[in-house]
Design a protein around this ligand. Structure first.
Ligand code: PLP
Length: 434
């Protein structure tokens, strides 16, 4: 029995079924490559779901964590605070979009950042309503799942959702929803379903992650900014997946030229160590009562040290430019692949920076989704040594999240695998249909 099979068997009997996992059991990883317990090598275009933007085990990150571990690994910021937390807050206050006074809190996960941003917005406004978008993913905690714009699996079995959480269609022209359509629904919602004076916050991913790498058009984000300003609603940018240089800017909202009031970030922030943050307008961040926000592990010193190193690496290695370079190369190759005869299953190629996706359809007239082909391509790629992830509300999108430090020859190798995997999956589907 292979080492992988042995672990799969143990997993089945020991781990809760609802915790989804792929069948690749990691043994070690370096930059954009990962080796499993049987010694098989993979190119990692999942990057731990947009976490390893600086690659696995970036030497600067590892050195910073090692150095911090010589001093202390945990004190709890509420008990014995430390300078590195303050310095990181200062860096994030300066780095996030918006020319106004800002403050930061550090926590541990993306969902926690979302929860705390909503709590700040509620405390500041004295209101409780929250508006989110269809296809959104904001985490698996109680408020996080309520904000998700997808029922199955995120809120299917988990009882009543918190009240006054409302959803508006995310504009997606490929799926026939224009910016005008979305704004019309939003305006109608504020007329017919909830008094704008009851809405504390509006939360949006500038590029939807789990929802299918759908890009919010700059004019849409600007319109939301204006609506929030009109009604005193706190605009929250959920940059947990799109942030930290992934889209070619440190924060994806920068593409729109407007600033949110609060920004949530996590994933790429600490290069593989658990850390998240809420940064935003000082008066909103300050609204929660003392002791009302925080947590035992929030702003763990090892993760904070990693985050400082990540921000240094992004600046020194110009990873925003690298995200654009890598993303452009991938997008160009996918677009020319989609134009080839026999590749009609590729219905759409889209992306911002190195956050790229392609959507599989049964035919280009109807754009009907092809989730089976999507799964088959992911499996073919895995067999050939490339880790890629499906996403999308219709389960027919493949997302590519290369570490921003991936060397160009590895990018090319991964693209070759994607091409042969798509061909193999399409051929297999044709044979099965005969
Ligand atoms: C946009 C967004 N928000 C929030 C989350 C939740 O983050 P976490 O899984 O760290 O709780 C995710 C995770 O994928 C995400 O993509």
């Amino acid at each position: 029995m292979s080492a992988t099979q042995h672990l799969k068997n143990r997993r089945t009997s020991a781990i809760a079924k609802g915790v989804a996992s792929r069948g690749i059991y990691a043994a070690r990883a370096e930059n954009a490559e990962l080796w499993d317990v049987d010694g098989k090598r993979y190119i990692d275009f999942a990057a731990g779901i947009a976490v390893n933007n600086t690659g696995h085990r970036h030497p600067r990150v590892m050195a910073a964590v090692a150095q911090q571990s010589e001093a202390f690994t945990h004190t709890c910021f509420h008990v014995a605070p430390y300078e590195s937390y303050l310095a990181l807050a200062e860096r994030l206050n300066a780095a996030t979009p918006g020319d106004f006074a800002k403050k930061t809190m550090l926590i541990t996960t993306g969902a926690e950042a979302v929860e705390n941003a909503v709590k700040m917005a509620r405390a500041y406004t004295g209101r409780s309503g929250v508006i989110a978008f269809s296809g959104a993913f904001h985490g698996r905690t109680l408020m996080g799942m309520a904000l998700c714009g997808k029922v199955n699996p995120y809120k299917k079995a988990f009882g009543a959702m918190p009240p006054e959480v409302l959803h508006v269609p995310f504009p997606n022209e490929f799926h026939g929803v224009t910016v005008r359509d979305s704004l019309a629904v939003l305006e109608n919602l504020l007329r017919s379903s909830i008094d704008p004076q009851r809405v504390a916050a509006m939360i949006i991913e500038p590029v939807q992650g789990e929802g299918g790498f759908n890009i919010a058009q700059p004019e849409f984000l600007r319109a939301l900014r204006a609506i929030c300003d009109e009604h005193g609603i706190v605009l929250i940018a959920d940059e947990v997946q799109a942030g930290i240089a992934r889209t070619g800017k440190l924060f994806a909202f920068e593409h729109a030229g407007v600033a949110a009031d609060l920004v949530t970030m996590a994933k790429g922030l600490a290069g593989g160590f658990p850390l998240s943050a809420v940064t935003g307008r000082a008066e909103i961040a300050d609204a929660a009562p003392v002791g009302g926000i925080g947590g035992t592990y929030a702003g763990n010193p090892l993760a904070v040290a990693a985050a400082h190193a990540v921000l240094d690496v992004i600046a020194e290695e110009d990873l925003c430019a690298r995200a654009t370079e890598v993303g452009d190369a991938i997008k160009a190759r996918l677009i020319s692949l989609a134009a080839r005869q026999g590749m009609e299953a590729i219905g759409d190629v889209r992306g911002l920076g190195a956050m790229i996706a392609f959507e599989l359809v049964t035919d280009r007239q109807t754009n009907n989704p092809d989730p089976d082909l999507t799964q088959a391509i992911v499996a073919e790629a895995e067999a050939r040594g490339l880790i890629i992830l499906p996403c999308g509300t219709r389960a027919n999108t493949i997302r590519l999240l290369p570490p921003l430090t991936t060397p160009m020859p590895l990018v090319e190798e991964a693209l070759d695998i994607i091409e042969t995997s798509i061909e193999a999956a399409i051929n297999a589907a044709a044979v099965a249909a005969e």
